[in-house]
Design a protein around this ligand. Structure first.
Ligand SMILES: [Cu+2]
Length: 205
């Protein structure tokens, strides 16, 4: 089973005091038996929390997944990814966890600006806090892990891996939409997989 999409609000304001909880309802498919995918978000006046997970599938899979693999050698079908975001006044922490990848391989991973698509370039460039006026961005003054969200990791012997990054800034609304896995670390290189993720922003006061 690929991914069902479940967007739900938690009844109580978990993340903050005095904040209203927004959102809610079920969108898209209902999680099926044994489904491993899904999205949960919680937002309040001063915080946003999101967790999304899915199993990877090829772009043209019969059961489409928000997690797409373009290289079955490095990101096999049915391998798994989970991405979590927590944003509040202190900044934004993004965490990625994977299972089923190639043991020992060093993956480069970043937050990208657009959703995944049938081709690897669909996800657009990296999300940048200070936006490089030149695209594609190659200037190390902009292309770095302080100005972008990098989640590079090396898969362990069992194929699992994880990484997290914290920044003292948050995403601009609608400008962060996916996590892309690259063949190499260091900020560039072939894109081997992509996961469309509902990154969120803090409400504008
Ligand atoms: Cu990237």
């Amino acid at each position: 089973m690929a991914a069902g999409i479940l967007v739900g609000a938690v009844a109580a304001a978990v993340l903050s005091t005095g904040g209203g909880v927004t959102g809610g309802g079920v969108q898209g498919g209902v999680p099926g038996d044994g489904a491993t995918g899904g999205v949960t978000t919680r937002s309040a006046a001063d915080a946003y929390w999101m967790r999304a997970e899915a199993t990877f599938a090829p772009p043209m899979a019969l059961i489409p997944s928000p997690a797409v693999t373009y290289d079955m050698g490095l990101v096999p079908a049915a391998s798994w990814i989970q991405v979590e975001q927590r944003s509040d006044a202190a900044g934004t922490t993004v965490t990625a966890r994977v299972r089923g990848l190639r043991p020992g391989h060093a993956y480069g991973v970043h937050v990208h600006r657009k959703p995944c698509g049938a081709t690897p370039d669909a996800a657009g460039g990296h999300y940048q806090h200070r936006v490089d006026p030149v695209r594609p961005s190659k200037d190390p003054a902009y292309l770095n892990s302080d100005n972008e969200v990098w989640l590079d990791f090396t898969a362990a012997a069992d194929g699992s891996g994880s990484a997290w990054a914290h920044h003292r800034w948050g995403f601009r609304p609608g400008e962060a939409a996916s996590v892309v896995l690259h063949r190499e670390q260091g900020g560039a290189g072939d894109r081997v997989a992509c996961f469309t993720v509902p990154f969120g922003s803090l409400p504008v006061a």
